[in-house]
Structures are given as structure tokens and as C-alpha cells.
Design a protein around this ligand. Structure first.
Ligand SMILES: Cc1cc2nc3c(=O)[nH]c(=O)nc-3n(C[C@H](O)[C@H](O)[C@H](O)COP(=O)(O)OP(=O)(O)OC[C@H]3O[C@@H](n4cnc5c(N)ncnc54)[C@H](O)[C@@H]3O)c2cc1C
Length: 417
């Protein structure tokens, strides 16, 4: 089933009765070459690129719930390539380039909207830090523009520029940053992988990882045992638990991140805006809701819902930056489980068990990484070699401290990244 303007028109005038399911719903086979655990954005994109780039389609994605029911369908949809440190910088740059061709590649409308991202700064010191970051982005080949206060006023006239505590000094504009429709990304990759022969198995929880003689041989699931030559763990907030099935103890803490959405409003916010003096960011969805979020809840948890103190904290930041927002009604809030590493940067690596691979530690920034992570992880699984843009995402950096990428400069405290 291909999508085209003509097909949309035809279906529109004939009652939309011709659309079929977007992916197959097969029963699990007893054996695959590769089993991917986790049907989130990263698991689905990994399966897609295994099939598309490496011709490997005897692959199953095992998802304990439904495809896209995890963080990939819970995030605030921000896509950007404005990282500072080597390692992150080249990876996110590669991922953004994949985003820019994604809709054509998947033949799927993921509503990728490069509406521009503005990181605000509120002091001279912060201006210097953002100027440095902008230079690093340009050195990487990405776009960055330092705005003074007048420059920000032109784009974001609704902010409180003269807030007594946090006046706005300027902002760093990243024009290619923006948003995408999060669950469409999961659906697009699912459809692309399924079309290429990958089996997507929902309601199939992995409960054990089988290892014999130091080599992975398969998995135990709620739908029976499945043999596999290679197994890939891509389960975001559940990484610690699933890796423990293979006897591994990961340097990961699971924390909750909340998001909030208001009632639909007329267009008011054209960009993604990020506050520099508190953890708060906001954009407006195509349906009109203001979508915003802030900091992690301050203790580890596996609950997919947040707590009131952080909701209050986020609303306070919103009111500081944009007092008019007080008139909007918050309709919904939800939480997702973040896989936080001690340096805030991810892991894409082999493990000490032959044939067992891991992709995790995306913290609260893994939506923008979905294309890049899937591409690089598929490369590693298929070839055994690290893909250049993700070559620094090694697990052993947490053992010896060499190659840590502490983008936030906050040290080894998971919840501060
Ligand atoms: C509120 C919020 C806002 C965010 N905002 C942004 C943002 O603006 N930009 C950005 O870049 N990132 C953002 N993120 C982060 C981003 O969503 C995550 O880093 C990313 O989605 C994680 O990868 P994933 O999509 O593969 O995870 P998930 O979608 O969580 O996929 C993991 C899957 O594994 C499955 N699973 C777990 N255990 C098992 C098992 N035993 N067997 C089988 N399956 C299993 C789960 O059910 C789940 O579907 C945000 C996250 C949240 C929660």
C-alpha cells in the first residue's frame, strides 16, 4: 500500500474504505536470525534498517505491549542537532540528516516540521556558553544563529522579556530544529520493516535471555521460546531489567519525565522554545495544543505517570517565561520512563555475551535519535563494526571513565542530565 496525493484524494471521495492494515500481524516463529527486544522507536528503526540497508529480514521485533506505546508515543517530539561534544555532535547531525529524508524514505507522513528551535539565555555567561555551542554546531556542518534580545523579540513577542529574575538576553536559533508527529514515526518504521519481511510481534514480553557457552541462543517470552543467532536489547526505561536477564548490571537509572498539553488554541507559538534558567520547553502541536515539559521527577521509578511537585515546578517556569499561558487549560499530562546514564549520553554497543547487543541510555533525548540510532545499531548488529557517527557510544566508558560525554557538565548524577 503506497501513499500518494492521488490515493489520498481517491480514498477521500470514496469514504476511506480502501485502506488496509499498515503492517502484518504474524504469529511468532520458533527461530529468527535476529530478535529485537522492544517495539519503540529505536527497536522499529533498527529492524527497518537491518532489512533495508543490510538485506536482513529474518528478524522479529518483540514488544510486550503495543507498538509505539512506550516513550516513542509519549515524548514532546522535539527534533534537533544542537549538541556540543564530539561523539554526540556527529551522531545527532547524522540523525537529523536522516530525518530530513525520512518521509520520502518511508513513504509516510511523519509531519516532520523544521519550524526552528530557540534556546533562550538570560545572562552574559550563558550567552558565551551558547555562542560556543553555536560554533560547535557550525563546525559540525549544522546551522546556528546567535540572536540578541531584539532578534528574539521578532520571533517570540509573547515572552516576558523583562522578568525581574530572568530577563531574556537573547537566544540561539537552530532553524533546522523542530518537531515531528511521534507515533507516526513508530508507525512509519513499523510499516517499512513489516513490508520488508520483519515480523512485528505485539503482546509478547521477553522474560528471559538464553545463553550457552558465552553465546546468546534465544529468548523466553510470554508467547513461548524463540531461538535467535543475535539478540538486540532496545527497551529504553526497562533496559536495566532486561539486561539483568543476561546477567548484566547497567549504569542506568530509570526516572520519570512528564509532559503536558493544553486545550487547542489558535496558532501562537511558531517555534520550539527552551527556557535557559529552568528546565522548561514548549511548542504548539498542529492540533493547537501547547505541548510542554520540564525536569525529571527527582527519584527513580518505573511508574509511567508523574508526581505533582514536578507539575507545579513546570507550570511555574511556564508562567515566568510566558505569563499569558496562565489562561490556557491543561488537558492532559503523562509520564514516560527515561533510561538515564551517568554522563547523559547513550550506549550502542556489543556486550560480553557473543551475539547480544544493547542500545539504551537515551535519557530524555532519544526521540530525535530514532533514525540515527536505528541506522547505527543495525550497522553494528549486521557487520560487527561500530558505525562511525555512533562509535563513541561505548559501554566500557563507564568502567574506566575514558570517553565520557557529559554534555550538561553535571557530573555522574543520573537525574541531573
Ligand atoms: C515526556 C517525555 C518527553 C520527551 N521529549 C523528548 C523530546 O522532545 N525529544 C527527544 O528527542 N526525546 C524526548 N523524549 C525521549 C524519547 O521519547 C526516548 O528517549 C525514546 O523514545 C526512547 O526510545 P524508544 O522510542 O525505543 O522507547 P520506547 O518507546 O519506550 O520503547 C521501548 C519498548 O520496549 C518495550 N519493552 C520493555 N520491556 C520489554 C520486554 N521485557 N519485552 C518486550 N518488550 C519490552 C516497551 O513496552 C516499549 O514499547 C521524551 C520522553 C518523554 C517520556
Amino acid at each position: 500500500m503506497r501513499f500518494s496525493a492521488l490515493r489520498l484524494f481517491q480514498e477521500g471521495v470514496t469514504g476511506n474504505r480502501g485502506w488496509g492494515p499498515h503492517w502484518r500481524d504474524p504469529a511468532p516463529k520458533g527461530e529468527y536470525d535476529i530478535v529485537v527486544i522492544g517495539g519503540g522507536g529505536h527497536g522499529l528503526s533498527t529492524a527497518y534498517y537491518l532489512a533495508k540497508e543490510h538485506g536482513l529480514s529474518n528478524v522479529a521485533v518483540l514488544e510486550k505491549g503495543y507498538l509505539g506505546g512506550g516513550n516513542v508515543g509519549r515524548n514532546t517530539t522535539i527534533v534537533r542537532a544542537n549538541y556540543f561534544l564530539p561523539g554526540n555532535s556527529e551522531f545527532y547531525s547524522h540523525s537529523l540528516k536522516l530525518w530530513e529524508g525520512l518521509e520520502a524514505d518511508l513513504n509516510y507522513n511523519v509531519m516532520h516540521s523544521q519550524r526552528g528551535l530557540i534556546n533562550l539565555f538570560h545572562s552574559d555567561g550563558q550567552r558565551d556558553a551558547f555562542a560556543r555551542r553555536g560554533n560547535a554546531m557550525e563546525n559540525q556542518g549544522d546551522d546556528a544563529e546567535l540572536l540578541d534580545r531584539k532578534g528574539v523579540e521578532k520571533y517570540l513577542p509573547y515572552l516576558d522579556f523583562d522578568n525581574v529574575r530572568f530577563p531574556v538576553y537573547g537566544g540561539l536559533l537552530h532553524k533546522r530544529g523542530g518537531t515531528a508527529r511521534h507515533d507516526a514515526v513508530a508507525w512509519g518504521y513499523a510499516r517499512g520493516a513489516s513490508d520488508r519481511g520483519v515480523d512485528l510481534i505485539q503482546n509478547c514480553e521477553v522474560t528471559g535471555i538464553d545463553i550457552a557457552g558465552g553465546k546468546v541462543t534465544g529468548v523466553q517470552t510470554t508467547r513461548g521460546a524463540i531461538k535467535a543467532k543475535k539478540v538486540a536489547i532496545v527497551v529504553a526505561g526497562r533496559s536495566g531489567q532486561v539486561a539483568a536477564m543476561a546477567g548484566m548490571r547497567l549504569p542506568i537509572e530509570s526516572h520519570i519525565l512528564q509532559a503536558f498539553v493544553t486545550e487547542g488554541l489558535k496558532p501562537v507559538i511558531n517555534h520550539v522554545v527552551s527556557f535557559g534558567m529552568g528546565h522548561f520547553y514548549i511548542s504548539q502541536s498542529d492540533k493547537g495544543g501547547l505541548v510542554f515539559g520540564g525536569d525529571l521527577d527527582f527519584y527513580p521509578s518505573y511508574a509511567q505517570r508523574g508526581n505533582l511537585p514536578m507539575a507545579e515546578h513546570v507550570m511555574e517556569a511556564a508562567m515566568t517565561l510566558m505569563p499569558a499561558i496562565g489562561k490556557a487549560k491543561v488537558l492532559r499530562s503523562w509520564g514516560g520512563i527515561m533510561d538515564m546514564t551517568p554522563d547523559g549520553s547513550p550506549i550502542i554497543d556489543k556486550t560480553d555475551t557473543e551475539g547480544l547487543f544493547i542500545d539504551c541510555g537515551w535519557c530524555y533525548g532519544g526521540f530525535k535519535a530514532v533514525p540515527g540510532s536505528g541506522f547505527s545499531f543495525a550497522h553494528l548488529i549486521a557487520t560487527g563494526e561500530h558505525h562511525a557517527p555512533a562509535a563513541r557510544f561505548r559501554l566500557d566508558r563507564f568502567r574506566d571513565g575514558v570517553g565520557l560525554m557529559d554534555e550538561e557538565g553535571t557530573g555522574a548524577q543520573h537525574n541531573l542530565h
